[in-house]
Write a protein that binds this ligand. Sequence first.
Ligand SMILES: [Zn+2]
Length: 188
Amino acid sequence: MTIQESLNRLKEGNARFVADQLNSKLQDSSRRESLLDGQQPYAIILGCADSRVVPELTFDTGLGELFVVRVAGNVANSSSIASIEYAVAHLGTKLIVVLAHQSCGAVTAAVAGGDNGYNLNHLLSHIIPAIAASKKGASINEVAIKNAELTVGELKNRSDIIKNAIDKGDVKVVAAYYNLDTGKIDFI
Ligand SMILES: [Zn+2]
């Protein structure tokens, strides 16, 4: 599958999700069996942990289709980057989608500032650059979109594996934004 074909497949799946017409195939026992020898997911999704933003559902996919990495704020930290590197290097996945979303709690917390304790402070520090890069008075959703855009660059800048694959034309990284109200995913 080419990068464009993968992207089209995601868009078509999301259109079905928006229209309440989930296909829901590739989730049964025969699909499970067909995947016993390995996986070849056609897209990597770096998404938020938010319970309302579930990539497998929002793209109407089944088993073995998406390699999903979820962390609050869909940030590029060492663990999320390493997970993505695995799929790029060992599974041959060509498309990476950084998926931001409406009303993100992590972005909200980062914008609010303050001390949230060691672990959350560390996570939110990855979102600070997006706040700095957004215009003054930017909304939470605008910062979330900026965060996804910057994260696209981070994946390349902080990973030789991802950078080399992009430079060779083997991998493309795109930002996207999930609308909680409509279910639609806008590719940015
Ligand atoms: Zn979120």
